[in-house]
Design a protein around this ligand. Structure first.
Ligand code: NCD
Length: 361
């Protein structure tokens, strides 16, 4: 299925050379923002946030305003016709005719792809449940380029909620495309990385290991990407409490890290990084959030001027098969074509939420 608009649902919809161009433009904007102050004059961006956000929403909004554009949208679907039962399809169809570009965050996996199916303007995925978050990855790439000087030959530790952390999923998918990177996945057994992302790492040839101790691996790392435990994605409070506070980065622990290791965090922080660590020059998370604004300015300019079409599905539609993930958009938006990619002879991977299911024979 081809959409006649360019969308950014997953960074891997575009080649790494394209991401690099966006990141390079982000760096140019950071150095000379005034040159770009009229780049989106007369354009309107819609931000449809069905899930809470501070940085992603406001950095997109300030990015558009700084480019001379204007904004419409909601940050609480209860204030829109969504509360009257309007489908994602209808909301998207309408709003995409009011705006030149649409940015969507949603608590259900695959929502941005579903929106792109009916949108009459480019759609940017600003996070779909615990699945993907491509614009946080662009933020992370610009931060790495500016603060480490490269996107390759880095040993990156990712720590915390690796199963639900969409920023982790998108970052690993992207960084495994650059030469010489290796990954240390630090989590409890319950919060391990989903197997479909591990398969992507294996296919890329980038070495990775799964460990449970942060202290043991800290001295090896060039970058430590901390994440919060995503309370809202657990099925019970007990399960969340059992995981909470497992990993806390402290000033004391940081003594074992390389002098030039940087600490990243997509934020919000709960308590996984001690506040005292903010004074350490290696603590880069607040700068990272600012890089996010510049890279989103670059992304908006790029997407608004891009003339390409987007191929939204690569597999095929199976009329009699349903995705088994209760948090997949195909479960709530019943009209969507159920498209899957075959994995070997026995499995299918949902093209909305990436969940795998066994084919019944
Ligand atoms: C992250 C997100 O929303 O996925 N935050 C962000 O976009 N800056 C991380 C999180 O919520 O933990």
């Amino acid at each position: 299925m081809i959409s006649s608009y360019p969308h950014l649902i997953d960074l891997n919809d575009y080649p790494p050379s394209w991401w690099k161009e966006v990141v390079e433009l982000g760096e140019k904007i950071k150095n000379n923002p005034e040159i770009y102050s009229g780049a989106c004059n007369g354009k309107i961006m819609a931000t449809l946030f069905y899930e809470p956000s501070t940085r992603t929403q406001m950095s997109f909004q300030t990015a558009m305003l700084r480019l001379g554009g204007r904004l419409i949208g909601f940050d609480n679907p209860a204030n829109s016709s969504v509360s009257k039962g309007e489908t994602l399809k209808d909301t998207t169809k309408i709003v995409s005719n009011y705006a030149d570009i649409l940015v969507m965050r949603h608590p259900v996996a695959g929502a941005a792809k579903a929106a792109a199916l009916s949108a009459d303007c480019p759609v940017i995925n600003a996070g779909d449940s615990g699945h993907l978050h491509p614009t946080q990855t662009l933020t992370d790439l610009l931060t790495l380029k500016c603060e480490k000087g490269r996107l390759d030959h880095l040993t990156i530790g990712l720590c915390g909620d690796l199963i639900n952390g969409r920023t982790v999923h998108s970052l690993l998918k992207a960084m495994s495309c650059f030469e010489g990177n290796s990954f240390v996945l630090i989590s409890t057994p319950e919060l391990k990385l989903p197997s479909y992302i591990k398969d992507i790492l294996k296919a890329s040839g980038c070495p990775f290991k799964e460990v449970s101790s942060l202290e043991e691996v800290l001295p090896e790392l060039d970058v430590l990407y901390m994440t919060r435990i995503q309370q809202e994605r657990f099925s019970s409070r007990e399960e969340y409490l059992a995981q909470k506070d497992t990993y806390i980065l402290t000033v004391k622990k940081m003594k074992a890290a390389k002098p030039d290791m940087i600490v990243l965090h997509p934020l919000p922080r709960v308590d996984e990084i001690e506040v005292e660590l903010d004074e350490d020059p290696r603590a880069m998370y607040f700068n990272q959030a600012k890089y996010g604004m510049y890279v989103r300015m670059a992304l908006i300019i790029t997407m608004i001027n891009l003339k390409s079409e987007t191929r939204l599905f690569h597999g095929k539609v199976y009329k009699d098969v349903s995705c088994k993930n209760p948090n997949c958009i195909t479960c709530t938006e019943k009209y969507l074509p159920k498209s899957f990619i075959p994995i070997g002879d026995t499995m299918l991977q949902c093209e909305y939420c990436s969940e795998r299911l066994l084919l019944e024979r």
